[in-house]
Design a protein around this ligand. Structure first.
Ligand code: DLL
Length: 434
């Protein structure tokens, strides 16, 4: 069993935790209201002042904050401290328009490192580890977050950065890396290259993988664990809220423990904004409780998940979030049916002969949506045997349809023909909006 980094905050009773959350919430609201015009305007519009919030239940009275608020206040309008007190700036990995800018004070950076150290410790990292970071260093919070978390633990960091796959493998062998950090899709890219180069994963020193930054299925976890001979854990975060460090798995891998002394998590109905009862699936909304430079009040993450409040066997009392099903804004609507790419991934990984590389292409033919699933198949399989190929395609199409509820057309593509990713994977090409 791995150690607990901060037993005081990770193992609190619910009563104690809620008391702490309320105190920190009130302090955060006061600071945000006083220093951030956007919050002031929103509260005033509803006739609310921070003093009206006297219980955690009152949180639901407060307005949401959205990515749009951050865009409108680009670049520094949401900062609650003068720029003089900001010591680091990051931005989100937005693909459209201007990125959103986030800032950290010196205290924020220290606190952030501690939160990351928490989930890394929960995943089994110790001061004896050698940690290879394959996230890109730069504006993305992934690399710096895990970097400073590792240093807080006292582990040795190899700041490799993204890409350069063969060099990654050489360093992994020569420096005897014990922990791999990156996106789950890059872990598979590494596994694939290792196989090509004839590197036996058992000859490496790797034991743990800490993956996050994008959604991945349980089936993908199994695939990574088998191909790299490691224990793979999930961790979640977003730059607007802090970066990595919001939540991470313990060795029981039954949901990611949310650092509840630092964040309040709510699940809402993404359509109505109504708070849903415990256990419901909906959109995760996060409020920061300890950030100075960039407090976020009821930030709509757009990530779809559910929360588990039952105690965990590891001893932590914090709520756990299930693997996200994707984002409400990544959700595809095919012929009116809501489809998450992760549902299709789950099916593909369970089918023998499918490589873990796929792409979804959505088109509109006339007035009908058509979803094509391109999948790579393992070397030499089927391409010469039409009958077998057709049977295989039909089997995959049927299985996907039974899970998502709409028909798809599956296309087999040559091994290696789907783009590989060094950072976050982009699996959907929606030609309807192009
Ligand atoms: O991805 C922060 C991060 C870096 C988390 C490294 C974990 C590890 P952004 O670039 O702002 O920040 O993207 C945040 O990525 O809203 C989710 O949609 C998605 N995401 C992050 N982690 C996970 C995960 C970082 N473990 C957005 N599972 C979030 C599913 C994830 N989705």
């Amino acid at each position: 069993m791995s150690a607990i980094w901060d037993p005081q905050h990770e193992c609190m009773s619910r009563d104690e935790l809620e008391q702490l959350q309320l105190e920190r919430l009130q302090a955060t609201l006061n600071r945000a209201y006083k220093n951030v015009r956007c919050y002031q305007n929103k509260f005033n519009a509803l006739g609310i002042v921070p003093e009206d919030i006297t219980s955690l239940g009152d949180l639901a009275k407060l307005p949401f904050t959205t990515k749009e608020d951050l865009r409108v206040n680009y670049p520094y309008g949401m900062f609650a401290v003068p720029l003089r007190e900001v010591v680091r700036i990051h931005s989100s990995s937005g693909t459209t328009g201007k990125p959103t800018v986030v800032g950290y004070t010196r205290n924020d950076l220290k606190y952030w490192a501690g939160l990351v150290a928490r989930f890394m410790t929960a995943a089994g990292v110790t001061p004896d580890d050698v940690i290879q970071i394959t996230f890109g260093y730069g504006m993305f919070t992934g690399a710096f977050g895990l970097h400073y978390g590792s240093e807080a633990i006292g582990a040795a960091v190899i700041p490799m950065g993204g890409g350069n796959t063969e060099k990654q493998l050489m360093i992994m062998q020569d420096y005897r890396s014990t922990v791999l950090v990156g996106t789950p899709s890059y872990a598979l890219t590494l596994a694939e290259r290792m196989e090509k180069l004839g590197i036996d994963p058992k000859s490496l020193s790797l034991k743990v993988g800490l993956f996050g930054g994008e959604p991945w299925s349980e089936a993908m976890r199994t695939e990574i664990e088998q191909r790299l001979c490691i224990s793979a854990t999930d961790n979640y975060g977003l730059s607007e809220v802090i970066g990595p460090g919001v939540a991470g798995e313990c060795p029981f891998k039954c949901g990611m423990h949310i650092a509840e002394d630092a964040f309040i998590a709510e699940i809402i109905d993404p359509e109505t904004g109504e708070v849903l009862p415990p256990g419901s699936v909906g959109e995760l909304v996060l409020t920061t409780l300890a950030k100075e430079a960039f407090p976020m009040i009821r930030y709509r993450t757009r990530d779809i998940t559910s929360l588990v409040y039952e105690p965990c066997a590891c001893g932590r009392t914090t709520v756990r979030m299930k693997k996200t099903m994707g984002r409400s804004d990544d959700m595809l609507i095919i012929k009116g049916v809501n489809v998450f790419p992760s549902q299709i991934e789950e099916v593909l990984f369970a089918i023998e002969g499918c490589e873990p590389h796929y792409q979804l292409v959505v088109e509109r033919r006339g007035t009908t949506d058509v979803l094509e699933v391109d999948i790579e198949v393992t070397e030499n399989i089927f391409f010469d045997e039409m009958k077998k190929q057709r049977a295989f395609l039909e089997q995959v199409e049927k299985r996907i349809e039974s899970v998502i509820g709409v028909g798809v057309s599956v296309k087999l593509v040559e091994p290696g023909s789907i783009q590989r990713f060094e950072g976050k994977a982009q699996r959907v090409i929606d030609k309807r909006t192009l």
